[in-house]
Design a protein around this ligand. Structure first.
Ligand code: GTQ
Ligand code: FE2
Length: 366
């Protein structure tokens, strides 16, 4: 026997009482069980001309105080959350000659990809890691770190961190060190001397940290690898795409973040696919376009692009003579660890999306 339907007013009163007591019926929430991911974050791009002018102005407007002078890129779809994607934050940081960013540590994991300037350093647990453009430097979770620039030119880099993920896990811890800098306890670039020899690792090092013990992935090695592989077919979706590896485990660099570098050869156009996991791309060099869910993002050196989970995307190098190189951070290790990594290839339309719009930034807004 089925219950006789109640009068609408009775049903409404019932719902009010339920909500007032912190309960909701599943029948009210069905729209949240989406058939596939429907991220709130949107695809977005920050142009280098805009990033550079704002980061340069920050160097005049704001001193390096307790906090780092880092411009955090907020995704316009995330309602003012401190997040570039649902799990990742990207930032642009500048350090002027003579400046030091105070030593601290936190549970979010960080990477730096150097954009400009040679010879500044990030000190990680008492080891100075010296920077040059194209280098990737790691700051594992809970490692003490400070940044210093003893050169006479400014240095600019991109930060990538898993702050939104750590926030949603409510696992944020942060501390300042008691002094502006952690004393040097190891010679500069020790991690590279020990662990920077590709297929050869030191047998006497027994420790196998979750995060890569190699803190510096130098650009010359990265470029050497890309160049050596340039005549291979590569990935149909990503070109000559290489993942930076943990030298001891062969796994991703960091428990929550993978780092990739990809070469798109002159004129190369990749096919479209989508996957769970979000990414932030930084254009290391070259000119091209990425189509994300039908929207074309035309990019050049220095641009930063946020890719939402499950968004169709394909890349093109639009130059007929110059290489294009993209560096990216991705949260795939999290999805993979939880058995939630899914990937799908676009089969219709010859594997390419119809372009329905072109992204135009709201530049020079005041
Ligand atoms: O340089 O240590 O962009 O702690 C955000 C948090 C940079 C840093 C950021 C940080 C840092
Ligand atoms: Fe930090």
């Amino acid at each position: 026997m089925t219950a006789r339907p109640q009068a609408a007013s009775v049903r409404e009163a019932f719902h009010e009482r339920m909500h007032a007591n912190h309960m909701y019926g599943l029948w009210e929430l069905a729209s949240q069980m989406t058939p596939h991911p429907q991220p709130k974050m949107i695809a977005h791009m920050w142009r280098w001309s805009l990033l550079e002018s704002i980061i340069k102005e920050s160097a005049e407007a704001v001193p390096v105080g307790d906090e780092r002078r880092a411009l955090q890129l907020f995704n316009p779809g995330l309602g003012g959350r401190w997040a570039t994607t649902n799990n990742l934050i990207a930032a642009v940081q500048i350090l002027l000659p003579g400046e030091v960013a105070r030593a601290h540590r936190h549970t979010p994991t960080a990477i730096r990809f150097i954009m400009e300037g040679v010879g500044a350093y990030t000190a990680v647990d008492g080891e100075r890691v010296y920077m040059a453009p194209g280098d990737l430097i790691l700051t594992p979770s809970w490692a003490w770190h400070d940044h210093g620039n003893e050169t006479n030119e400014r240095v600019i880099w991109m930060d990538g961190l898993d702050i939104p993920l750590i926030q949603s896990l409510e696992a944020m811890f942060f501390q300042f060190y008691k002094a502006p800098q952690v004393p040097e306890t190891r010679p500069a670039n020790t991690s590279k001397q020990l662990h920077g020899h590709a297929h050869l690792s030191p047998t006497w090092v027994k420790e196998k940290p979750q995060s890569s013990p190699l803190l510096l992935y130098s650009w010359d090695r990265t470029w050497e690898a890309l160049s050596a592989l340039r005549d291979h077919e590569g990935s149909p979706f990503d070109g000559i795409a290489l993942e930076y590896r943990h030298p001891q485990t062969g796994g991703p660099l960091l428990p929550t973040m993978a780092c990739w570098v990809q070469l798109l050869r002159p004129g190369e156009c990749t096919m479209a696919h989508r996957h769970t996991g979000s990414a932030v791309y930084y254009v290391v060099q070259g000119e091209g376009a990425t189509v994300i869910d039908g929207q074309r993002f035309i990019w050049g050196k220095g641009n930063i692009i946020a890719l939402p989970p499950w968004a169709l995307h394909e890349h093109a190098n639009t130059s007929s003579s110059e290489d294009a190189v993209l560096f990216s951070i991705q949260d795939t290790p999290v999805l993979e660890a939880l058995g939630l990594y899914y990937e799908e290839v676009l089969t219709e339309n010859g594997g390419h999306q119809d372009v329905t719009s072109t992204f135009t930034p709201e530049e020079n807004r005041r």
